[in-house]
Design a protein. Structure first.
Length: 337
């Protein structure tokens, strides 16, 4: 069966997904920007990213839905609900949707609670008639993939046919695709790790080294699992490629938007100034707010998340936070097994 893949979003990772898929299928990229669409169609490149000849771009969602049975949104989490409210009239149960967005959906005008925070697959299900929904997640830094460095990812879905079409479209000799039915935990892991990517960026921004960064990641992983289980997820996805694998990649690399955002905050930039430098959305900034509110709603203590929140959103002194966290009253090393 010949597949045409529709990629929604022409940011760096959207273009990366398009390049991966174009090795196995025809690809159509949707973007609202006519400049980006024209650049892709006339130059076969966008910025410094060269695209294959079987990639074209359009600005029409209806055309995208008609021509593509597999649609892959790669957009900020805050835009997903609005997008699918616009797209839903053109979708039906024959479509597949596999998103690559690592964030959480919430209404900023409502009190955040377990009942009104949603993963991207839940948003897609709520706003469209699509049933065959999945996500792609893993240690997938766009820069390294575009350089054709080898890595792996996880396509997660309740449905084997979604996992299979994801493997068919994305697999190559440099990009291995695992499958998983634990979509909820994998989506949570992908969103929550951004918080700790900001955290390690904060540490690097004031010149602290790998010892303390490693400690933050191991303790942070435990907070991810603790919150994930409280929300109803299994702990297994947090210990795999889309959990600890993605956490290590994005929390230790200068190619990671969230890590770079953290370094800039540590160096005295405001949130808006840091966003301007990073350019693309650092999802962890919004996820921090959600995690803190969920912890309060669930009456949980997540000390590292709390201190990262206070540093980023309330200008709490980083050195003072470090002094407090180092002597936080906990003497058990591993708490989740």
């Amino acid at each position: 069966m010949e597949i045409t893949v529709g990629i929604i979003g022409a940011g760096s990772f959207g273009l990366t997904m398009a390049k991966l898929a174009s090795a196995n299928a025809k690809v159509i990229i949707y973007s609202r920007s006519t400049d980006k669409v024209n650049a892709i169609n006339t130059k076969q490149r966008l910025g410094n990213i060269k695209l294959n000849d079987n990639i074209t771009a359009i600005t029409d969602l209806e055309v995208l839905a008609k021509q593509c049975k597999l649609i892959m949104p790669v957009i900020p989490a805050a835009s997903m609900r609005v997008l699918f409210e616009q797209l839903s009239d053109y979708l039906d149960p024959s479509h597949f949707v596999i998103h690559a967005t690592k964030g959480l959906d919430y209404n900023p005008e409502e009190k955040i609670s377990k009942q009104n925070v949603f993963t991207m697959s839940q948003v897609i299900s709520q706003t469209s008639s699509v049933v065959r929904i999945g996500c792609v997640s893993g240690p997938n830094l766009a820069k390294e993939i575009l350089e054709e460095q080898p890595t792996a990812t996880v396509v997660a879905s309740e449905y084997d046919e979604v996992i299979n079409i994801g493997r068919t479209v994305l697999s190559s000799n440099k990009f291995f695709v695992f499958g998983s039915h634990e979509i909820y935990g994998i989506e949570l892991a992908g969103a929550l790790k951004n918080v700790f990517s900001i955290g390690t960026g904060l540490l690097a921004g004031i010149g602290l080294g790998k010892n303390l960064q490693a400690l933050m990641l191991t303790r942070g992983l435990q907070e991810m699992i603790k919150l994930g289980e409280a929300l109803g997820a299994d702990k297994a996805p947090f210990l795999g490629s889309a959990g600890i694998g993605d956490l290590i990649a994005t929390a230790t690399s200068t190619s990671s938007r969230n890590y770079r955002f953290g370094t800039l905050i540590a160096q005295g930039k405001t949130i808006e100034e840091a966003k301007e430098v990073v350019k693309e959305v650092a999802e962890g900034v919004h996820t921090l707010k959600v995690v803190r509110a969920l912890a309060k709603d669930l009456k949980m203590t997540l000390p590292i998340c709390e201190f990262i929140y206070q540093i980023v959103h309330n200008n709490y002194p980083l050195t003072k936070a470090l002094d407090r966290i180092m002597f936080y009253p906990s003497t058990t090393d591993v708490e989740f097994l």
